[in-house]
Design a binder for this molecule. Sequence first.
Ligand SMILES: *[C@@H]1O[C@H](CO)[C@@H](O)[C@H](O)[C@H]1NC(C)=O
Ligand SMILES: *[C@@H]1O[C@H](CO)[C@@H](O)[C@H](O)[C@H]1NC(C)=O
Ligand SMILES: *[C@@H]1O[C@H](CO)[C@@H](O)[C@H](O)[C@H]1NC(C)=O
Length: 658
Amino acid sequence: MALLRLLVLLFALLISVLHSLPWSIDISESQGPGTILPPFSFNCSSYMPTLELLSVRPPTSFFNNPSLHRLDKGIYVGKVTLSSSARLDALAVNRYELQLQYKCGNFVLAGPLSVHVQQDPDRIRCAGPFASPAGEFIYVPETVTPGALLYTLLLPGPGVQRAQMNITSAQDPPYFPGPFSIDEQGLLRAPSQGLKGQAPKTFQLQILVSLGKGQSCKGMLTVKVLPAPSSQVSFRQKAQSITIPEDLVPGSKVIQVEARGFNLLYEIFSPWPSPFYSIGQADGIVRTTVPLDLARAQGAGVTKLQVRAFEKLRPWASAEFDLTVNVRAVNQWPPRCLPALLVTQIPETAPVGTVLSTLTCVDPDSASAPLNYQLQLHNPPDSASLRLRDRVLEVNTTLDCDTPGACSQQAASILVSDDGQPQMTTEVPVLVMVTPVNEFSPACVPRTFRVREDAGPHTLLGSIVGTDMDYPHNSFEYYISGGPSTFAVDRLSGELHLQGPLDYEQQRLYRVTILLIDHSQDCDLNHHRSGSCTITIEVEVSSTMTPLIVTDVEAFWKPEPWFVAVLTATGAVLLLALGWLLSRILRGFAQSLQTPNKPARALLLSNIQGNEGSIERLMEAPRMEMSQQHSDGRAHDVQSATSLRAPYGTGGYFSLKK
Ligand SMILES: *[C@@H]1O[C@H](CO)[C@@H](O)[C@H](O)[C@H]1NC(C)=O
Ligand SMILES: *[C@@H]1O[C@H](CO)[C@@H](O)[C@H](O)[C@H]1NC(C)=O
Ligand SMILES: *[C@@H]1O[C@H](CO)[C@@H](O)[C@H](O)[C@H]1NC(C)=O
């Protein structure tokens, strides 16, 4: 049986060769619907023949069923035409195989017809999956932004700049939320209503690309809407930057991060461990863990934190978030200064430019920040006595203590401020004590006093007026330096008094050196200065002379002769007594010469009238050792007392010269 079938097939093949059924034909892809493929003829004399298209490979609807026309007696012409849907594209399919079957009575002829599609070089073509029968698929989440760009359709051909693009398929509601749109650049956009709630719909868009001159191509785009990933974890944004002040106390909230998802936990996974920040595992609140003092906490200025949110039960379902925390410097501390309080003293003679102190200040907020120094003088007001050069406090003007009230303490303050926000200022109180210096020696002017020779002891001769330019101006004492014991000066008042008797005949002129020694004008109490002047004392002659009185008495006295005799005897005895007395005195004098420092009683020598000769004054005045007084203040009072007593103690001696 099988052998018989094979023979029948060979026979049929032979028959088909004999008939004029074509084996293959060429057709240009530019041929459109209605195009007739080259016809072929059949002989069939006694029957009504039929011609059928059994199948096409690859399957297509491009070909209509063939038609068969009787041309002459027993001769028929078969035709195949392109159907209305025919869109030949040599690049898509360049060969179709049509299975045709011819029947004439019992005679059946079947055979394949190869249709070769020839490429047309002038034709525009839509390329890629878009132009394929299945079209291009686009997957879009339903959360896509309304009007967002979904797809860019390539223009047909490299030289084409723009083409008319039209979605030719219907986009009618309610299936469509609104129309998709495509512009002449080929940009396909989502409906302006968005695609929310459209999942999992599919929208098929037929697109016609026209270039004018009747040239066009078309293709299909299929948009599939995906549901929002409800079980997925995500952050609303991928990264965020935040700035916080450095003075936040540890534990302060920085920010709360929030991810979408179900049953989430949060963690900082970089840096790990995180030196400055922590995150609440459940609430996602980022907090500071240490003081962020920028001067101390190294590297706290900018921290890049990577935060992860993950599902508690499915930790692999997670999302990440980059958080940048910038720490802004806050001026927290005023400058710190050394010394914090400046108390000092300087002598009034300190020259301009003398350095009192150098201030050293630092800003704890920023060690290198520049600081401003400003001097404010409080007391005395409008004083220019101090100045600040950079950080150095100096004497600015000549200081003076020698006018009342001039020598005061200088109260000021140095304001040290930083440049931060808000500005912080430190006040360094300054107290400068100006101490007095004994600069000037006391002085007195030379004067002349006149005194009657008969003036009694303690007679006031006059006052010596001393001056001292140091303050207090009257702080000195008067002493007599050298000179006779006849005079004494009051230590405090400067009044010069007569101490002993005067005799015009013996000495008319005395010169007394007055010494002035100051005190209490220097902060060093042992620092004294002295000055002196010479006082001249002139004696006058007294008007009542004793010898004249004696002469007057003799002129009127007339004694009796016995009285003269008694008087002569008495006078002789008196002379003898006087001579004895004189010898005793001379012996005492000799003794007192051997012990000159021993206080001796002053001799009162009677002035014997009528005796020739003169009284010559021998004076030995004590020398006042002023240098001793200068060097030893405690000895001062004792010394001055001694010097006052001295004219009496060592005495002045008078001798008679013949
Ligand atoms: C078909 O007919 C034509 C003329 O009518 C003839 O020439 C030809 O030989 C015939 N062919 C067959 C196979 O009968
Ligand atoms: C095709 O789109 C263009 C705009 O690109 C428009 O002007 C034209 O009217 C549209 N044609 C059709 C048939 O929709
Ligand atoms: C310093 O003294 C000068 C005058 O000698 C004065 O002009 C200046 O203002 C003073 N400086 C201060 C800081 O008082």
